[in-house]
Design a protein around this ligand. Structure first.
Ligand code: PAF
Length: 286
């Protein structure tokens, strides 16, 4: 497994790999890898000839009061996991490489980057789409893999790739959950034992929504009210948002018809967690 810091070196390795007619599967990450990331890496390995993982805690996607400094960094463990899962190249840039002092170009996807999580994290998605643009230009992947837990991010990146003609397929894979339903996230590492228990309200609220829909409820307002009531019963949970939106344009829908996302963000103490489910259609890998 190659570990490379220099973007130009990565780019020249990729060119050689492509000259041999090999396909590149890419999993961009911020490290602190868990089973969610590993499921993306395994799928990338299964579907491509050469698997690249990037590990970079991207300062541009953190707001001034967010957790950039304390974001978990577990690089040795991450490298060990990548090796075990047959990653061919780990791209480990540092901030100086990616954002030299003269850096001045930002990429923003309008509309999709202004709703849901953007309401409390206004610059977040611009940071994501800027770094992903750079990473796509360096790694030139055939397929890039993202988790459904960050569905808004995956949908924005799909729009970005189409709008800017990146010759890459964006693959969104199902959220990996702990046995009790909690969606895996690097930020779960911040939760105390009791907060870990409180955090179950997110998946419980989504389960409740699914149950209502299975019983024939289609009115978003009613589903959202029931979800909010359930979450509010937990004194440690503070709702950021609960919404039901169209899967493609992320606009709120009054009634569920076609592919929709039920999305929520909830504060458990000082930790903001997100989760979602897709309704109206069954998600297949790829
Ligand atoms: O989901 C993440 O870990 C990050 O937002 C990403 C896509 C690696 C961009 O920094």
């Amino acid at each position: 497994m190659k570990i490379v810091k220099d973007p130009r070196k990565v780019n020249s390795i990729i060119k050689e790999v492509k000259l041999k007619g090999k396909s590149i599967g890419f999993v961009p990450t911020m490290g602190a890898l868990h089973e969610g990331h590993l499921s993306l890496i395994r799928q990338a390995h299964k579907e491509n000839d050469f698997t690249v993982v990037s590990i970079f805690v991207n300062p541009m996607q953190f707001g001034p009061k967010e957790d950039l400094k304390k974001y978990p960094r577990l690089i040795q463990n991450d490298l060990m996991l990548c090796k075990k899962d047959n990653v061919d190249l780990v791209f480990l840039p540092d901030s100086k490489n990616l954002y030299p002092p003269e850096f001045g170009t930002f990429v923003k996807v309008k509309g999709l980057s202004d709703c849901l999580c953007a309401k409390s994290r206004p610059m977040h998605f611009q940071g994501v789409t800027t770094v992903i643009t750079k990473l796509f230009n360096i790694v030139c992947p055939d397929v890039a893999y993202f988790g459904q837990k960050d569905a808004q991010q995956a949908i924005i990146i799909k729009r970005l790739s189409e709008d800017l003609n990146f010759p890459v397929k964006i693959s969104m894979l199902e959220t990996v959950r702990a046995k009790d339903g909690l969606a895996l996230s690097s930020r779960n590492a911040y939760l105390s034992k009791s907060q870990r228990q409180d955090a179950l309200v997110l998946s419980q609220a989504l389960k409740l929504a699914k149950k209502m829909i299975d019983r024939g409820e289609t009115v978003s307002k009613k589903i959202i009210s029931s979800m909010r009531r359930l979450i509010q019963q937990n004194k440690s949970a503070k709702i950021d948002y609960v919404e039901i939106v169209d899967f493609n344009n992320l606009r709120p829908v009054k009634k569920i018809s076609g592919k929709c996302l039920i999305v929520l963000a909830v504060w458990i103490g000082k930790i903001r967690l997100i989760d979602n489910i897709i309704v109206g259609t069954v998600l297949k890998h790829g």
